[in-house]
Design a protein around this ligand. Structure first.
Ligand code: PHE
Length: 342
């Protein structure tokens, strides 16, 4: 076989290899095999210098033509293959936008928080400010400033967690009354929601629970203002039909003190077998009273000029009643089967 014939043969071998090259990687192999540095065609070109002048011209021309033809075939085949590869990739990665989405679990407010928000909304609507304070409280704010000095028998009623000398986990939100009054001059209108702690655990007591404190101090406030305000709050939280009643009670920092009940919003007092009020017709709701003049003096307010009322309620208890939950401990166990019901 002459060199020219061999060139023709190499060229047609290369062209048929290119025609059946199925991928970009195949085509690259073919390029190396037929046009690479140690390809036969390249060797032929390198040897041209050793040929006679006639052959040199002939072989030079035909080998160059063969190279160019193979290059051109590779180029156009590479375009075809690349387009097909892209098409395949697009198909493989295609997303079906009509498939249903993956549902994202949606949370909601805790039942206690629903009541807290509801109560706060009501008071904010009346112009009250929201104030929050520390859960680790000094003995002074939690007890002494509220008329419960060291050694006072009322201290034993509060099942206190003592943290350190002079520090307690607050047993009530009432210390916020003192903090608020020390920080500003009257008039005062605040509500103070927050966590409180007592060493207590049974179906209606948990060591951590919530309270919402309310305090109003202004000129001329009376028990009538207190009753009117709390009645409106009860209707806001439990429904238009509910009534309230106040009973005499005793707290060290209010005088007179009252406890407030709401009429059973389930049976309205008409069902002796009612599960919510147990036939009593009334539900205990909160403690309240007129701020004791001694407390006003303690914070430097003049009790001859100002009077005030205060109240403290348990939103967890209110939520138990509102949603008919028999055991308060369920609220804080974090069991989703329970919490999803609200
Ligand atoms: N802090 C009292 C308690 O926990 C409730 C209360 C608050 C009573 C404000 C009167 C005024 O029992």
């Amino acid at each position: 076989m002459t060199v020219s014939e061999r060139i023709e043969q190499l060229k047609s071998e290369a062209l048929s290899a290119v025609a059946s090259g199925a991928s970009t990687a195949d085509l690259e192999d073919i390029r190396v095999r037929f046009l690479g540095r140690s390809a036969e065609l390249t060797e032929i070109k390198k040897s041209i210098g050793t040929l006679s002048p006639d052959e040199r011209k002939e072989i030079g021309r035909s080998s160059n033509l063969a190279s160019r033809e193979i290059e051109a075939a590779l180029g156009s085949r590479a375009e075809e293959v690349a387009a097909r590869e892209q098409e395949e990739r697009l198909q493989a990665e295609a997303a079906d936008v009509t498939l249903p989405g993956v549902p994202f679990p949606r949370g909601h407010l805790h039942p206690s928080q629903i009541v807290i928000d509801d109560v706060i909304d009501f008071f904010v609507g009346l112009g009250y400010r929201v104030a929050e304070g520390p859960e680790v409280e000094t003995d002074y704010y939690n007890f002494t400033a509220l008329g419960i000095p060291p050694g006072h028998p009322a201290r034993t009623m509060q099942d206190t967690f003592f943290v350190d000398d002079g520090l307690v986990l607050r047993t009530q939100t009432s210390p916020m009354q003192i903090r608020t009054m020390l920080a500003q001059e009257p008039p005062v209108y605040v509500v103070c929601p927050g966590r409180t702690y007592r060493r207590d655990s049974d179906p209606t007591h948990t060591p951590m629970f919530h309270q919402i404190e309310g305090l109003a101090v202004d000129r001329g406030l009376t028990l009538g203002h207190l009753k009117g305000t709390l009645g409106a709050m009860a209707r806001h939280v439990f429904g238009e039909g509910v009534e309230i009643r106040v009973r005499p009670s005793y707290f060290q920092f209010t005088e007179p003190s009252v406890e407030m009940d709401v009429s059973c919003f389930v049976c309205g007092g008409r069902d002796p077998h009612c599960k919510v009020c147990k036939g009593a017709g009334w539900l205990e709701m909160l403690g309240a009273g007129m701020v004791d003049p001694g407390v006003l003096e303690e914070v430097g307010y003049d009790p001859e000029e100002y009077t005030g009322y205060a109240f403290g309620m348990g939103p967890d208890r209110m939520a138990m009643v509102k949603y008919g939950v028999p055991d308060l401990r369920l609220f804080f166990e974090g069991d989703l089967r329970f919490l999803r019901q609200f």
